[in-house]
Structure formats: structure tokens, C-alpha cells
Design a binder for this molecule. Structure first.
Ligand SMILES: [Fe+2]
Ligand SMILES: [Fe+2]
Length: 330
């Protein structure tokens, strides 16, 4: 309690007039006055105590409230610190993830580039291997490089006309030129015979399909070429050789290759025959639809012929023009 407050209390103590004097006659105060004064002094003290108590309680309340605010503030501060730390760790993790992801992407790009180079090299090696094989086969078979080039161009044009993707157009094309590589194993006297072959001799000829497939090994690059080598003398009606496969049992590349090969053989001059005209060749191919040949492949080839594509390929190969482009095969 402050001094002012105590003074206020003392001033509130009333001294009764009767108590100040004795009976109003000026005689000194008696024991009753003292008792009253004492009583009032006790009341003042009680009031002061009560006031002090109230102030102490008020102070305690304020203190408690302040402590509560402080604790709350500390809690919030520690939460914020924790969140700040978590955010920091999260940012570091994110940066690490981005770094790893970037490195992974670079690694993948490097791997893809290596694979692309390796594939390109493999393709070049494969194509070089093909040209050596073909040189040997054409020398022995007395067919010409032009025959193989025309077959390839016809195959590419038919494959494209059938709506197949450009990757297959290229694959069917380069694979078709190996259709007769197996003839390297066929004895010359049978291969170059100009008279009618006996059944035994014809059996030897048939072997070139099997030999061709074997010669082309097991590499994925020659998978289509192996199919064409093995199946290019099969017929749609199942009466071909060496396996008597029919219809779609024969690979599409071989069905296309068969039309291209037979058309070019008919329209080329050989030691034992003159060249047929393109019209006669097309007519023979049309007649073979559904028997020797896949009708859809024949229809595509006939369409190409009526659009002038077959004739253009013939004249371009004769003129020694370069490799076909997509537009020229249309
Ligand atoms: Fe053949
Ligand atoms: Fe051929």
C-alpha cells in the first residue's frame, strides 16, 4: 500500500465528538474513547490489509497473464524456428533432387547419344557386309546389281503404298536385296543351266532359301532379310517352297519381295529369255493374285504401275540415278 492510500484510510477514520471529550465538559477522554480509537485503528489496518491483498492479487493476475503471453510467445517462436529449419531442409532436399535429376538426365542423354552412334555404326557395318555378300552373289548368279536395285525400289514403293511407316519402308527395302544370297552355295552347273532342271537339280535350287537364311546369322539387323531369303519363293496358295507356307504365314516383307522379284525377273533379259514388256509383266502379276501372290500386295503394285511409279523406277535405275527418296517412291 502506498503512503497516499494509507493517508486516505486514516482520514476516513471518524472520531465521534462524544469521544473527543468526556460528556462535553472538557474532561479528558476515558477508556471508551481509546477503545473506539483502537477499534477504528484495527478497522483501518484491516482495510489496508484487504487493499494490499487485492493489489497483490491484481499483480498476481497481471503477472500470470504476462507469463502466459510470454510462454505463448516462446512456443510460437520455437515453432517458427522449427518451421524455418524444416523449410531450410526442404529447400536443400529440393535442390539435391534437382541436381540428381539433372545429372540423371545428362547421363541418359549421353547414353542415348552413344546408342545412336553405335546403332549408326552397326547399320553402316551391316550395309557394308550386305554389299560384299551381294557382289559375290551377283557374280555367281549372273543377275545384275540393277536387278537388286529395282527390286529394292519396288519393295520400298509397295511398302509405302500399303501405308507402313518409313522405318519399315527402309528395312524392307535393304532386306529385299539379300533374297538370293544363298545361291553362293548353289553349284554353278545347276545355277547357270539353260536346260530344264531335273527334280533333283530343282531340290538343290530350293536349298538357296535355307542357305540364305542361315548365312544371314542371328543379328536383329538381318531379321527381315532372313524372312525374305527363306520365304521369297513361297506362294499365297501354299504351293511354293521350301516350306509350303500359305497366306499370312509368309512374312509381309517376303510377300512384297516376291511380287517385286518376279516382276523384275519377267521384265529383264536373261541368258535364256528376252525381257517382257512392263504391261506383260504387270498382267502376269495380276493373274497371280490370290494364287502366287498376296492380293493386297498385287493391288498396291498395280496401282503404282498405273500411277507411273514402276516405269519411273525402271528408267531411273537404268539412268543410274541415286538412292530413292520418300517422294520418288510414292
Ligand atoms: Fe530366289
Ligand atoms: Fe531375284
Amino acid at each position: 500500500m502506498s503512503a497516499d492510500e494509507t493517508k486516505d484510510l486514516v482520514e476516513t477514520v471518524e472520531v465521534p465528538p462524544a469521544a473527543a471529550t468526556s460528556g462535553g465538559n472538557g474532561a479528558p477522554a476515558g477508556p471508551d474513547v481509546f477503545r473506539q480509537l483502537l477499534h477504528q485503528a484495527v478497522r483501518v489496518a484491516d482495510m489496508a490489509n484487504a487493499q494490499a491483498m487485492r493489489m497483490a492479487l491484481d499483480f498476481a493476475k497481471v503477472y500470470e497473464r504476462e507469463q502466459g503471453v510470454r510462454r505463448e510467445f516462446e512456443t510460437q517462436l520455437s515453432q517458427m524456428t522449427l518451421m524455418e529449419k524444416q523449410a531450410g531442409r526442404y529447400a536443400e532436399d529440393l535442390a539435391e533432387m534437382l541436381r540428381t535429376e539433372r545429372e540423371r538426365r545428362h547421363e541418359l542423354e549421353r547414353a542415348l547419344e552413344h546408342e545412336r552412334i553405335a546403332n549408326e555404326e552397326l547399320r553402316r557395318t551391316g550395309l557394308q557386309g550386305i554389299s560384299h555378300l551381294l557382289l559375290a552373289a551377283t557374280l555367281k548368279d549372273r543377275t545384275t546389281g540393277e536387278h537388286l536395285l529395282r527390286v529394292r525400289r519396288y519393295v520400298e514403293a509397295i511398302t509405302q503404298r500399303l501405308g507402313l511407316p518409313s522405318g519399315l519402308v527402309e528395312e524392307f527395302g535393304y532386306s529385299s536385296v539379300m533374297h538370293d544370297v544363298g545361291k553362293i552355295h548353289t553349284p554353278d552347273h545347276i545355277l547357270q543351266s539353260e536346260h530344264h532342271l531335273s527334280d533333283e537339280e530343282f531340290d538343290v535350287i530350293k536349298q538357296h532359301c535355307i542357305d540364305g537364311e542361315t548365312m544371314l546369322g542371328e543379328a536383329r539387323f538381318f531379321e527381315t532379310a532372313r524372312g525374305i531369303a527363306r520365304e521369297h519363293h513361297e506362294r499365297w496358295d501354299g504351293k511354293g517352297y521350301p516350306d509350303g507356307k500359305k497366306g499370312e504365314e509368309i512374312s509381309l516383307a517376303a510377300r512384297i519381295g516376291s511380287v517385286a522379284d518376279v516382276f523384275d525377273a519377267l521384265t529383264s533379259k536373261r541368258p535364256y529369255k528376252e525381257a517382257w514388256s512392263a504391261e506383260a509383266g504387270i498382267e502376269a502379276i495380276e493373274k497371280g493374285a490370290g494364287e502366287k501372290f498376296d492380293p493386297d500386295v498385287v493391288a498396291a503394285f498395280v496401282a503404282l504401275s498405273s500411277e507411273g511409279v514402276v516405269e519411273r523406277i525402271r528408267s531411273e535405275v537404268a539412268a543410274g540415278r541415286p538412292e530413292p527418296t520418300e517422294s520418288s517412291a510414292k
